[in-house]
Design a protein around this ligand. Structure first.
Ligand code: ATP
Length: 350
């Protein structure tokens, strides 16, 4: 049984429900002879990945949906063996830098060289190139991006790149200038609520329009988050008529509990207990940067202006460190410890 966000994910360009103008442009591009490298960017949950898979389907046909997952081994310069996963079809391959760690440059180069040198298996395929999708391309190190730039020029006849990211500012200019930039904007509240209504129709329950709008507002028009909120609210109730707001999901509840613990007591024992909860969030695949953001907002809610500024400053500092470092838990814990320290000093006037 899959989540509604996956079950009702549109698979073709015709099924995409909003940004019709953009869909039309993608359609024209898919049938053209000259398909460029592309860079999709926009906020989380706006539908970038969905559009990428839909355009691939338009270019190559339903064959792109036959996915296989391979594990590839890689020896680091210090001879340590690393394994990373690649999802691929006969026509494309997907990489995610967060699986690759600090060796992303070598791995990206290796994988792309490999794919660029192997010919398309299907002789009747419309295009002779394969597509490499790099999700969260803004997580690639600068070295890896520089390597991409060279590879993009060298292998244009056999390979096309599709990059997907939230923020363009973290992509180096030479890579940006070699791609067609495609912005997938956040859908409006009305667009999100009609996507939710469509799911409600398929699942055969009545979704009050105010609740749909409230969900869109609550998730700041992140469609994936809206679908998850709708599902968690709908499965717990038989009738949604009296429901005004979506139920908070478990990880959100846990984060507000952590904030409460930090405000209640600033001791090593509490820090240890908080660490346990942070581990719990990370092992349930909640993005550490999201944990940090939500935790800061929860903390700020119960603090005055002076402490709010401190929380934001500390959050920015530790988020930067988290991006540079590897072990997210260290930085989350350091953030909590520094807030506990600042808050204790503030309360006791030391
Ligand atoms: N045009 C659309 N019509 C209806 N539903 C959509 C549309 N686009 C996306 N969705 C739904 O929204 C969910 C999130 O979309 P998607 O994963 O493509 O977002 P994303 O922008 O790639 O997010 P992230 O940056 O967080 O990975 C999908 O699971 C899909 O169900």
């Amino acid at each position: 049984m899959s989540l509604w966000a996956d079950k009702y994910r549109p698979t073709t360009l015709d099924q995409l429900t909003y940004h019709k103008g953009l869909t039309q442009q993608l359609k024209q591009m898919a049938v053209s002879e000259n398909i460029p490298h592309m860079l999709f960017y926009g906020p989380s949950g706006a539908g970038k990945k969905t559009r990428i898979t839909a355009i691939l389907r338009e270019i190559f046909g339903p064959g792109v949906e036959k996915l296989k997952v391979d594990e590839r081994q890689f020896a680091t310069p210090s001879r340590r063996k690393m394994v990373f996963t690649i999802v691929s079809s006969n026509f494309h391959l997907e990489l995610n830098p967060s699986d690759l760690g600090v060796y992303d440059r070598v791995i990206v180069q290796d994988v792309i060289k490999d794919i660029a040198q192997s010919k398309q298996i299907d002789a009747n395929a419309k295009h002779q190139f394969k597509v490499v999708i790099i999700d969260q391309a803004d997580e690639l190190t600068r070295e890896a991006q520089a390597a991409l730039r060279r590879t993009m020029e060298k292998h244009t006849s056999t390979m096309r790149l599709i990059l997907c990211c939230n923020s363009l500012s973290k992509i180096i200019a030479p890579v940006r200038s070699r791609c067609l930039l495609i912005r997938v904007a956040r859908p409006s509240q009305r667009e999100v609520s009609s996507a939710l209504q469509l799911v409600a129709q398929h699942e055969k329950f009545l979704l009050p329009p105010e609740l749909a709008l409230n969900i869109a507002q609550h998730t700041q028009c992140n469609l994936r988050a809206s679908l998850l909120a709708l599902e968690s609210t709908a499965v717990r109730r038989t009738n949604l008529n009296d429901v005004q707001k979506p139920d908070r999901v478990d990880w959100e509840i846990l984060i507000s509990k952590i904030a409460k613990m930090i405000i209640e007591e600033q001791t090593p024992a509490k820090l240890l207990a908080v660490r346990g909860h942070l581990y719990e969030l990370i092992t349930h695949c909640i993005q550490p940067s999201l944990v940090l953001k939500n935790l800061s907002f929860e903390l700020a809610k119960s603090m005055d202006d002076k402490m709010k500024r401190v929380v934001i400053e500390k959050a920015a500092f530790h988020e930067h460190r988290m991006r540079k470092g590897q072990k997210h838990i260290f930085h989350l814990e350091a953030f909590v410890a520094s807030i506990m320290h600042e808050y204790k000093c503030y309360r006791t006037g030391v």
